[in-house]
Design a protein. Sequence first.
Length: 183
Amino acid sequence: MTISMRNNEELLQGSTVFLRFLNLADVNDTYLSWLQDAEVMQGIATSGYTMENLRDYVSSRINNPSVAFFAICDRQSGTHIGNVKLDFYDEKARVSELGLLIGNKAYWGKGIGYEACKLALNYGFGAMGLRKIYLAVYGNNPNAKRLYEKLGFQLEGTLRKHVAVEGLYYDKYLMGIFKEELL
């Protein structure tokens, strides 16, 4: 794995994907289509994106020096297939929240999420000097919960029937990991 500074030419390299810092050129019709696909957005709270507010959101995140927002790219083709980020950094506690989106469904079920998260977690614990990384995952997304458990995340709490999705209520699981727990 290569860890580098914030520069689009420098990457975090995995065996099937690489991560590079997301940029405004990545905000395009393909990215927007991921956010308008109910199946892709199944475990994500935010919705209703337009090109304008997506551009504003990405701009606010990539211009924040305490956020690491990566494009997940296929190593063979270089195609941008999703994003992973470390956000909501708490400087005092040295913690940050992990977020993952695999937008291109052709890459689902192939270990891409695991590899991308592992690269991002190593970056967080290494380059960012984080002490802990946390996340929230919804009960309607059991595959994501299994992925995070496989990485070594521990369940820290459950907000019961906390999230409404299409008229149904799901639990929200709060999970966290310390560097020494990373599998």
